[in-house]
Design a protein around this ligand. Sequence first.
Ligand SMILES: CC(C)(COP(=O)(O)OP(=O)(O)OC[C@H]1O[C@@H](n2cnc3c(N)ncnc32)[C@H](O)[C@@H]1OP(=O)(O)O)[C@@H](O)C(=O)NCCC(=O)NCCS
Length: 157
Amino acid sequence: MKINVRRMQTADVPSVVRIDRMSMTVPWPARVYEREVTTAHTRAWVAEAGAEVIGMLVLWIIVDEAHIATVAVHPQYRRRGVSEALVRTALQEAANEGAVTALLEVRAGNIAAQNLYRKIGFEAVGRRRGYYKDNGEDAILMTLEHLSIETLAHASA
Ligand SMILES: CC(C)(COP(=O)(O)OP(=O)(O)OC[C@H]1O[C@@H](n2cnc3c(N)ncnc32)[C@H](O)[C@@H]1OP(=O)(O)O)[C@@H](O)C(=O)NCCC(=O)NCCS
């Protein structure tokens, strides 16, 4: 399967929202994605197979820090490297723009996502107790230091 990763556009929002609803406990409304696409510090990405949007990622650049806000892949297309391609592309582009570190919060029970981030080089550095308001679940805080070296090294491997 050939995967193409490109920046999200407003026209992608309906597909992105469908994937989000199939993937997240608390999905974001369409208007949030519509706003993110045009927000200055946001870099929103989609993965497509042919003409179909099958995954998405939203990253915020805050000074020299890249914060992964959300990432999800259509259930039918999981375990084929789609999220890995999204995360690597987004981080590489963030590094090209001057981001030095990356961070994210992930649900303590979301082992698939934690494995994904570990594979890319993130390490768990903390726990935010009761961070998720819907069920009181803890967040694991993960960071990737030295973004440019790490990410570019892996991306060219
Ligand atoms: C987490 C998620 C984004 C992974 O997407 P994906 O495209 O299937 O992941 P990839 O195929 O790129 O897998 C990359 C690595 O992640 C890990 N991983 C992915 N899915 C996994 C699973 N179900 N169980 C264990 N590890 C998993 C593995 O380390 C995998 O590498 P490997 O295939 O070499 O073992 C996807 O399962 C998803 O959309 N889940 C719901 C939304 C979510 O939890 N988002 C993250 C929190 S914001």
